[in-house]
Design a protein. Structure first.
Length: 222
């Protein structure tokens, strides 16, 4: 490290690049989450389905997605699946993040549904509701309140995981940082600031999640 002169002016001079990258990171992560939530709900309900085939299929999806590294999944979607579907790096990134995150959301949904007392379902069925009516009107609304904080935490994990999409050329915060380092040769300054940017985004979301959890807890206790 001897002889290296720090110059953090590269940060202020390229702030627009960092802002653009951070916004693109949030955009990709938010779209991926919006796609992952309904897929995760379907798979999570499939995990507790009374149909054996659906249950096995859903469980297999979860195990495969949790067992394959996200980086490998992103590369496969971009270079293999992308060749057939004509996917660019942008949508390959979103699809990869979505199908990967859906597996974890499925487990959150499954645990949330199973956390609702079984008597709620039995009471709904005894009142004449079908299984799906009871699930939609009685069980899922209660489960939603339980899974909302973990879902928000999953969004934080998604933002951090999105840094891997730079490998397939998707424009976001990490790729912008790589390009800036290549042109400015200021790796220490750039990567230090990038770390603070990611921390700022995730810490802010963590505080929002904490407020949501406190409000939900206060509502349940009232």
């Amino acid at each position: 490290m001897g002889g290296y002169e720090y110059d953090f002016s590269v940060i202020s001079q390229n702030m627009d690049i960092f802002i653009e990258g951070a916004l693109k990171t949030l955009e990709i992560s938010a779209i991926a989450l919006l796609l992952a939530i309904p897929l995760g709900i379907i798979i999570g309900m499939g995990r507790i389905s009374r149909n054996g085939f659906i249950r096995i299929l859903s469980s297999a999806y979860v195990e495969v997605m949790r067992g394959v590294p996200l980086l490998v999944l992103l590369i496969w979607i971009f270079f293999v699946l992308g060749q057939f579907l004509k996917l660019g790096s942008y949508w390959a990134s979103i699809i990869g993040l979505a199908v990967f995150t859906a597996a974890f959301i499925a487990e959150i949904v499954r645990s949330g549904i199973q956390g609702v007392p079984r008597g709620q379902m039995e009471a709904a069925r005894s009142s004449g509701m079908t299984y799906w009516q009871a699930m939609r009107l009685i069980v899922l609304p209660q489960a939603f309140r339980r899974v909302l904080p973990p879902l928000a935490s999953q969004f934080i994990m998604l933002i951090k995981d999105s840094s891997l999409i730079s490998v397939i050329g998707a424009t976001e915060l990490t790729l912008n940082a790589k390009n800036l380092v290549a042109t400015s040769m200021r790796s220490i300054e750039v990567w230090t600031f990038i770390g603070f940017v990611y921390f700022a985004m995730t810490f802010t979301l963590s505080m929002i999640i904490r407020v949501i959890e406190q409000k939900l807890l206060a509502r349940e206790n009232s």
